[in-house]
Ligand binder design. Structure first.
Ligand SMILES: Cc1cc2nc3c(=O)[nH]c(=O)nc-3n(C[C@H](O)[C@H](O)[C@H](O)COP(=O)(O)OP(=O)(O)OC[C@H]3O[C@@H](n4cnc5c(N)ncnc54)[C@H](O)[C@@H]3O)c2cc1C
Length: 467
C-alpha cells in the first residue's frame, strides 16, 4: 500500500493526469502474456528520465517497488508487480527523436512500438532487424530489457546487436549514459549497455536508446515448404545451415500448430505434419541462387510441396499465419505453458523427437513452432490449469523439456527471459556461483531492492521466485 504522501508526491512529479489509482486502471496494468494477473497500487506514466529518477529516489526513501512496463506482451511475468507498488509505464515516452541516415543510427524513447520504428526506417531505405513476433505491440524498451529476438535473429542477431548506447535511470535514481550515441565502436569503461540489455527491468529503467541500423536488403523471397514428418523438416533445417546458407528467417510449425492456425486462416495447410517458412534476402541475383539451393535441399529431405510467395500480399498472408500461431493455440486448452528453449542447431532433430516422446509420456498436447534456424523452438504445453492432473502433467512435461534441452547443450530461454515463470528453474543451467555473482550486481545497483523485485532469482527456501 502506498501512503497518501507518496500518492500526492507521484501526482506532483508526473502530473495528476499521468497517475492513476483507479481500480479499473490497476486491473488493466496487472497483466502480461502469462495470464497471472497481479494488480499494482498505482500506475504512473512519466514523461522522461527526470521524472523516472524522482520516482525511484522516492521509492528508495519510502520503500515501495517500482516495476517498469512497456506493452505487457512479456511471456515470463517480467512486468507484473508481484510485490505491489508502482507500475511505471513508458506509454508517454514514445517519440522517435531522430534517424541519422549518414551514420545509420536511431535515437528513440523506450515506449516506441518496434513495428512503428521498423516502418519509419524502412521508409528511408534503412532496416532495424530485431523482429519479435509481437512487433506490432511490443516496445523498444521491453525488447531491450528482454534482449528480444525474432525470426530474423538467425541472420541478423538479436536486440543486443543493435544497441549502441542507452540512457538509463538506475534503481537509486541516478541517470547514466552507457555506450555511445552514434559511433559503432566505443570501449571507454565497462560495457554497461550489455549489462542492462536483457536485465529484465531489474537493473535500471531505459529512458532513451541509441540504435544501430542497416541498409534495407535489396531483395527478399519467402518460401513455404510442407513435410509429411516433423523430423524431415528438422533435418532440412540442419542441412540448409550446414550447406552454409543463412536465410534471414527459418521458421518451423508442427502439426498441432498447423491445425490450429489453419482452422481459422484456412490456407490449405492441414494434412501435413510440418511446415517451414523460409525467407532469404540480399542482392537480387544472390536470393535467386539461395531459393534454388533451399528447394534442392528441402527435396533431398523429402519435402512434399515447395512454394515461393508470388507477391507481397502472399508474403503478408504467410507472416500473418505465423504470427497467429501463439494466440490461436488457446483453442486447444485454456492454459499455455510457453517455453522458448534453444539447442545447438545440430541437435535440433533430437530436441524435436524428444519433445514428441515427452508429450506421449506425460499425456499432454505439445505444440512446437518457432525459430528453428537458430535452434530456438517455442514449446507450448497445452493443459487445463484448473484440472489438477493436467496441471501436474504440464509441470512435469516442462521440467522434462528443460532437462532434455540442458542435456543437449542448450539453454532454457532464448529470448523470453526468466521473470517469475522460469525463476524456479535457473539452477538447472547456472551454478550457485553464477547466481551469486548476478545477485551481487543486483545488490550493488539496487541496495534497497526497489526495482522490479521478485524476478529472476528463486527463493532459497521455497524455490519460488524472489528478488
Ligand atoms: C504473441 C507473442 C509473440 C511473441 N514473440 C516473441 C518473439 O518472437 N521474440 C521475443 O523475443 N519475444 C517474443 N514475445 C515476448 C515479448 O513480446 C517480448 O519479450 C517483448 O520484448 C516485450 O516487450 P513489451 O514492451 O511488451 O515489454 P513488457 O512485457 O511490458 O516488459 C517486459 C520486461 O521488460 C521490462 N521493461 C519494459 N520496459 C522497460 C524499460 N523502459 N526499461 C527497463 N525495463 C523495461 C519489464 O519490467 C519486464 O521485465 C512474444 C509475445 C507475444 C505475446
Amino acid at each position: 500500500m502506498l501512503s497518501d504522501t507518496v500518492k500526492s508526491e507521484l501526482e506532483r512529479i508526473a502530473g495528476t493526469a499521468n497517475v492513476s489509482f483507479a481500480r479499473e486502471d490497476l486491473i488493466c496494468y496487472s497483466y502480461d502474456a502469462t495470464n497471472n494477473p497481479v494488480a499494482p497500487d498505482a500506475v504512473v506514466f512519466p514523461g522522461g528520465a527526470e521524472e523516472v529518477s524522482l520516482i525511484l529516489k522516492m521509492a528508495n526513501s519510502e520503500r515501495f517497488p517500482v516495476v517498469p512496463r512497456g506493452a505487457g506482451t512479456g511471456f515470463t511475468g517480467g512486468s507484473l508487480p508481484v510485490e505491489g507498488g508502482v507500475v511505471l509505464s513508458t506509454e508517454r515516452m514514445r517519440s522517435i527523436r531522430g534517424i541519422d541516415t549518414e551514420n545509420l543510427t536511431a535515437d528513440v524513447e523506450p515506449g516506441v512500438v518496434t513495428g512503428e520504428l521498423q516502418s519509419e526506417v524502412e521508409g528511408l531505405g534503412l532496416f532495424y532487424p530485431p523482429d519479435p513476433t509481437s512487433l506490432k505491440f511490443s516496445t523498444i524498451g521491453g525488447n531491450i530489457a528482454e534482449c528480444a529476438g525474432g525470426p530474423r535473429a538467425l541472420k541478423y542477431g538479436v536486440t543486443r546487436d543493435y544497441v549502441l548506447g542507452l540512457e538509463v535511470v538506475l534503481p537509486t535514481g541516478d541517470i547514466i549514459m552507457t555506450g555511445t550515441k552514434k559511433t559503432v565502436k566505443g570501449v571507454v569503461g565497462y560495457d554497461l549497455t550489455r549489462l542492462v540489455v536483457g536485465s529484465e527491468g531489474t537493473l535500471g529503467v531505459v529512458t532513451r536508446a541509441f540504435l544501430r541500423l542497416l541498409p534495407l536488403p535489396e531483395a527478399t523471397r519467402t518460401m513455404l515448404v510442407k513435410f509429411s514428418s516433423l523430423e524431415d523438416a528438422a533435418r532440412a533445417v540442419s542441412a540448409i545451415i550446414s550447406a552454409r546458407i543463412i536465410p534471414s528467417t527459418l521458421e518451423i510449425m508442427d502439426s498441432v500448430s498447423i491445425r490450429c492456425v489453419d482452422e481459422f486462416a484456412k490456407i490449405g495447410l492441414s494434412g501435413v505434419e510440418a511446415v517451414l517458412l523460409i525467407e532469404v534476402d540480399g542482392r537480387e541475383d544472390g536470393v535467386e541462387r539461395d531459393v534454388a539451393d533451399v528447394e534442392r535441399i528441402c527435396k533431398e529431405n523429402r519435402s512434399v510441396e515447395f512454394r515461393v510467395a508470388a507477391d507481397r500480399f502472399e508474403v503478408k498472408d504467410l507472416w500473418k499465419v505465423r504470427r497467429s500461431i501463439s494466440p490461436a493455440l488457446k483453442r486447444i486448452k485454456p492454459t499455455k505453458l510457453n517455453e522458448d528453449v534453444v539447442v545447438p542447431r545440430s541437435r535440433l532433430v533430437e530436441l524435436i523427437s524428444g519433445i514428441q516422446d515427452i508429450a506421449r509420456k506425460r499425456e499432454v498436447v505439445i505444440a512446437s513452432f518457432g525459430h528453428a534456424g537458430d535452434g530456438n523452438i517455442h514449446v507450448n504445453v497445452m493443459v487445463d490449469g484448473n484440472d489438477p492432473r493436467e496441471a501436474r502433467a504440464g509441470g512435469d512435461a516442462v521440467r522434462d523439456i528443460f532437462d532434455l534441452t540442458v542435456a543437449l547443450g542448450g539453454t532454457i530461454s532464448g529470448e523470453h527471459g526468466v521473470g517469475i515463470t522460469k525463476a524456479p528453474y535457473i539452477s538447472m543451467e547456472l551454478t550457485d556461483q553464477d547466481i551469486e555473482a548476478m545477485k551481487r550486481i543486483k545488490r550493488a545497483l539496487d541496495p534497497s531492492g526497489v526495482l522490479n523485485p521478485g524476478k529472476i532469482f528463486p527463493s532459497p527456501d521455497t524455490g519460488a521466485p524472489r528478488g
